[in-house]
Design a protein around this ligand. Structure first.
Ligand SMILES: Cc1cc2nc3c(=O)[nH]c(=O)nc-3n(C[C@H](O)[C@H](O)[C@H](O)COP(=O)(O)OP(=O)(O)OC[C@H]3O[C@@H](n4cnc5c(N)ncnc54)[C@H](O)[C@@H]3O)c2cc1C
Length: 396
């Protein structure tokens, strides 16, 4: 069957984009990834290279200077990038979600103002729902935007902003009082502009510093403190308050396809490392790949990579066709994340003691894989979404 994670029915343009990205990953990412990750160093040169390739504008329509590509193309690009270094896919992802939100829900003025600059990477996006006291339970947010004479005043604390330091535009979900009985209709997304960096990066907006993490290094993950931040009503995503929850859930759906794709990328790399090592390492007079226990492990790993890839592709194609895909995205994300952790664990075992050494790439993948279980909703939350939908579809 040849190499894993092939995709049927791609256009010539999609094939060309993937080939270019694959070459970039081989040449510019893989050789430096582990060293930069161990130093927790921001991949500035890689990010500049991705800007030149147009990856920051991959799904932004051509009329705004982007490549106008589909979610499928994006997901396949993410698989390639995460195979090289998962953190790099994180640099693009929140940017991509924000661009998607503006494309889908923004006013014409917001599209004109931000999308061309997002396509070049001049404006860099983050998105923020989570707070110190909540992540899964988004509707429990406390950050509040109060109406003023000429806009809103936002006060609250946000947590876990991927690209919180390097971005200059953040979609921030806030509580607003729309007088609706439903908590979901009393939330609004604001487009908060700030300078990149740390400290007070805009009036009433403080980014305290980087959160130290077990993996997913290189990329900045931060808190954001909003203290009477004054913002004009023009910065309400879509111009109309009360839509924020639904807009963010739409963004999270494409984000879930993205995390699924990242998990495929990590798992594919772990498989490649495992199958290479298994043919080189000898025990009891033969390469370990010839011990059936290792061979079976490799077979299971490859099957899990293929199954995850197929689910991610299906979810991306579903969303591209305009269908609601919360269940498909949830299934793809959950399966790919769980399988990714199993495949990485198997590759780690194949590496024996060397897998525990920082000299071997699998050590980094091991720490990266864990985040797949959490980001864009934990596996438990995916199960809730999938399970509730099943009960509706199969109602007696
Ligand atoms: C490195 C990193 C980057 C992140 N980047 C961003 C970002 O850019 N923007 C952003 O908004 N957020 C971001 N997050 C936050 C992330 O989305 C949340 O951490 C995640 O959704 C889980 O929320 P929580 O950490 O509050 O866990 P909790 O919601 O407190 O959950 C704790 C545990 O309880 C389980 N649980 C919760 N509710 C239920 C339930 N009803 N039934 C069964 N089990 C349940 C969960 O599965 C989990 O195992 C990031 C997180 C990390 C670690």
């Amino acid at each position: 069957m040849g190499r894993l994670v092939r995709t049927e029915g791609l256009t010539d343009i999609q094939e060309e984009i993937l080939k270019t990205v694959r070459q970039f990953v081989e040449k510019e990412i893989i050789p430096v990834a582990t060293e930069l990750e161990h130093k927790d160093e921001y991949p500035t040169d890689i990010v500049e290279g991705l800007k030149e390739l147009g990856i920051f504008g991959i799904m932004i329509p051509e009329e705004y200077g982007g490549l106008g590509e589909s979610l499928l193309t994006y997901a396949l690009v993410v698989e390639e990038i995460a195979r090289g270094w998962m953190s790099v896919s994180g640099v693009i992802n929140t940017h991509f979600i924000l661009a998607y939100l503006i494309r889908q829900h923004g006013t014409d003025e917001q599209k004109q103002k931000y999308l061309p600059k997002m396509a070049t990477g001049e404006v860099r996006g983050a998105f923020s729902m989570s707070e110190p006291a909540l992540g899964s339970d988004v509707a429990a947010i406390k950050t509040k935007a109060t109406k003023t004479d000429d806009g809103y005043e936002i006060t609250g604390q946000k947590m876990w902003l991927t690209n919180g330091g390097s971005s200059n535009l953040v979609a921030v979900l806030c509580k607003t009082d729309e007088g609706d009985d439903s908590v979901y209709k009393n939330m609004t997304t604001f487009l908060v502009e700030k300078e990149p960096g740390f400290g007070e990066t805009a009036q009433g907006v403080t980014i305290p510093g980087k959160i130290e993490k077990m993996g997913y290094k290189g990329i900045d993950t931060t808190e954001m403190i909003l203290e009477k931040h004054q913002i004009s009503a023009d910065q309400v995503l879509g111009g109309k308050p009360g839509q924020g929850f639904y807009q963010m859930m739409d963004g999270v759906e494409v984000g879930r396809v993205n995390v699924g794709a990242r998990a495929v990328g990590i798992a594919n790399r772990a498989f490649e490392l495992g199958i290479a090592y298994a043919q080189q390492r000898e025990t009891f007079g033969k390469p370990i790949a010839q011990h059936q226990a290792i061979l079976f492990r490799l077979a299971e790993m490859a099957t899990k990579v293929e199954a995850s890839h197929a689910m991610v592709v299906r979810a991306a194609r579903g969303k591209d066709s305009g269908e609601r895909n919360d269940v498909e995205a949830g299934m793809a994300k959950m399966l790919a994340a769980e399988y990714c952790n199993e495949v990485v664990q198997d590759s780690f075992r194949i590496h024996g003691g060397y897998g525990y050494s920082k000299e071997y790439e699998i050590e980094r993948l091991y720490r990266e894989a864990a985040f797949m279980l959490i980001g864009e909703g934990t596996s438990d939350i995916q199960k809730m979404i999938i399970g509730r939908s099943l009960l509706k579809d199969y109602k007696l």
